[in-house]
Design a protein. Structure first.
Length: 220
């Protein structure tokens, strides 16, 4: 992401599109009125009560990945106005987002409140990976697991560079319903199983079948 100027927000790409579409003045007002380089008290309070988070990362070549995280209110912890941390729980073992961060520290966080305020918050910055035991030595206020499945394998520590509103214009209002959470489960049905039928679909990453033994010479 190439910045237009170190003294002003926005990338070169943003500025180019704004010039072509005639929105530069409107964009400048947004940058000036709504974009911060830290989390103000209202933003920190908002983050503290969210139960979901969308994240965007890319690897060293710029190949992108988006992902979803969820947890009890406060699972994303604001350490100070320039630093937030969120846990990486036990999942499918791929760690695509963490792997991307190891190659490219740029990260985008998206908080959306569908239930109460119907508003969103963008937080962009640079991330690094910290082990659970190590970060707790310095941040004792980190939330502790309510059940074993909520234990963080590692934490993603994000240095905030941009924070700004996502307007509620097209955010739907949802209603929360009670349900049991299957934290840390390996039960296929609880996890959603093969919902999209991918297992039966040919994949370029499928492992080859073991070679069949042919006669006394063992095949080829």
């Amino acid at each position: 992401m190439t910045r237009h100027d170190s003294r002003t927000p926005g990338t070169e790409g943003e500025r180019h599109v704004q010039a072509v579409l005639g929105t530069a003045d409107r964009a400048d007002r947004f940058y000036q009125d709504q974009m911060l380089d830290h989390l103000n008290p209202s933003m920190r309070e908002f983050v503290a009560r969210q139960q979901m988070l969308f994240i965007a990362t890319s690897d060293g070549k710029g190949e992108c990945d988006s992902s979803f995280r969820a947890g009890p209110p406060g699972f994303v912890h604001t350490i100070d106005e320039y630093t937030v941390a969120y846990p990486e729980y036990r999942g499918n073992g791929v760690f695509a987002s963490v792997g991307n961060i190891m190659e490219n520290p740029h990260i985008g966080l998206m908080f959306l409140d569908f239930l109460h305020d119907r508003i969103g918050l963008h937080v962009n910055g640079r991330a690094r990976i910290v082990e659970d035991d190590r970060i707790r030595e310095h941040v004792p206020a980190l939330p502790t697991p309510e059940v074993p499945g909520q234990r963080a394998l590692v934490w993603v520590l994000v240095h905030v560079e941009e924070a700004y509103i996502h307007c509620r214009k097209h955010i739907p209002r949802l209603r929360e319903v009670g349900r049991d959470e299957a934290w840390g489960t390996d039960d296929v049905k609880s996890k959603g199983g093969d919902f999209f039928g991918a297992k039966a679909t040919p994949s370029p990453w499928a492992l080859p079948e073991p070679a069949a033994h042919g006669g006394r010479h063992g095949g080829l």
